[in-house]
Design a protein around this ligand. Structure first.
Ligand code: B12
Length: 307
């Protein structure tokens, strides 16, 4: 627990601002010590810190408070050390700053979706995609924004229509990135990427396809919901098949595709990527990091070096 001075310092605001936000917007409800002083826990500090980041990014205090109270603004982590320590170690400070920026970009994206405002969704995505090169931007900003969208949808804060509008906007951007990355036909480096039958969560697989092309692989992208027999046909002569497995319900169909490919094309590298792919014994399981996943597929396809 922290007193008001410590809490304000950790959240990056002054004591009068913290008092005003408590009184006007009700974003914190501190306990009182036996002597009557306010006491703040880490969750309260995270809310104040998030409010400060949103206000610094141009939100009105009332809109920021509403997003925090509704739970649509992902809470910014508090630095590992007290803010009144002289200097945070550089790596920790940089990681904290990136997480804080990601909170702001995610909240902006979810807010635009909730408002059913395609122009604002486009602007939120412009802001995300102009922050650096594709792979780190996808990992640090785009995926957290989609996850925040999913949480808002699951809570009923964002309608199905708004979620579809926003995730389709993301899909169009990723498709553009896939076209822009180009591909040189090279059967030895041909990688077929897609989803198992019944599975429609394709944004992670599509982002992987972009990263794989950017890493020099010859990617054939198949998209969502592909029947097993078509996987077999599409991978004839390829170097690798990469199957996206996002939700637990996709795991069974993904393993069915993987097992069938192993039987039909014994030399093919069969890889699974995505949250529900973990611990798929007997197949190459890719890391979530897109560049590392592309490198793992490249290495698995590399012909053995002659002794
Ligand atoms: C957009 C979305 C949809 C869209 C998908 C559109 C599209 N073109 O892909 C649509 C509307 C189709 C959809 C449908 C459904 N969805 Co949905 N959806 C989402 C949402 C909001 C974003 C998914 C996404 O793209 N995330 C971005 C990706 C990249 O992040 P990720 O999935 O966490 O993936 C990480 C890793 O796994 C990795 N990765 C992912 N794929 C791959 C692939 C490779 C090759 C590699 C290397 C890495 C990798 O990258 C990420 C890095 O951390 C999520 C929320 C969430 N938490 O993600 C829900 C979510 C995944 N959906 C969910 C559900 C329940 C459904 C439905 C069952 C809803 C329904 N009742 O109809 C259906 C199922 C459809 C189907 N048959 O598959 C649940 C899943 C719960 C669970 N644990 O199983 C989630 C988590 C929402 C929630 N909070 O409840 N959905």
């Amino acid at each position: 627990m922290y007193n008001i001075k410590q809490a304000a310092a950790r959240a990056g605001v002054t004591v009068p601002v913290l008092r005003a936000w408590e009184r006007r917007y009700g974003i914190v409800h501190p306990d009182r010590s036996s002597s009557g002083y306010r006491q703040f826990d880490d969750a309260a500090i995270a809310r104040v810190r998030t409010m400060r980041l949103l206000v610094d990014a141009g939100w009105s205090p009332s809109a920021a408070a509403a997003a925090i109270l509704a739970g649509t603004a992902p809470l910014a982590p508090t630095p590992a050390q007290p803010a009144d320590d002289p200097v945070l170690p550089n790596a920790a400070a940089a990681a904290g700053a990136a997480a804080a920026e990601s909170t702001v970009t995610s909240a902006r994206f979810v807010d635009a979706a909730r408002a059913m405002d395609p122009t604002a969704v486009g602007q939120a995505l412009d802001d995300i995609f102009t922050r650096g090169s594709f792979e780190p931007v996808a990992t640090r900003f785009l995926f957290p924004a989609l996850q925040a969208l999913g949480e808002a949808w699951a809570r009923g804060d964002v309608t199905v229509g708004a979620e579809h509008m926003a995730s389709n906007a993301v899909q169009r951007r990723l498709a553009q990135a896939l076209e822009a990355a180009g591909s040189i036909a090279d059967p030895r480096r041909r990688v077929v990427v897609g989803l198992p039958p019944g599975s429609r969560h394709e944004l992670g697989a599509l982002a992987f396809a972009v990263a794989a092309r950017r890493a020099g692989l010859d990617v054939t992208y198949l998209g969502a919901d592909l029947p097993v027999d078509d996987w077999v046909r599409a991978t004839a002569g390829a170097g690798a098949a990469v199957i996206g497995v996002v939700a637990p319900r996709d795991r069974g169909p993904a393993l069915e595709v993987a097992r069938r490919l192993r039987v039909e094309h014994p030399g093919l590298v069969v890889a699974l990527g995505g949250r529900a792919a973990q611990r798929s014994v007997g197949f190459l399981v890719l890391p979530d990091d897109l560049a590392a996943a592309a490198a793992a597929v490249t290495n698995a396809m590399e012909p053995p070096v002659p002794a």
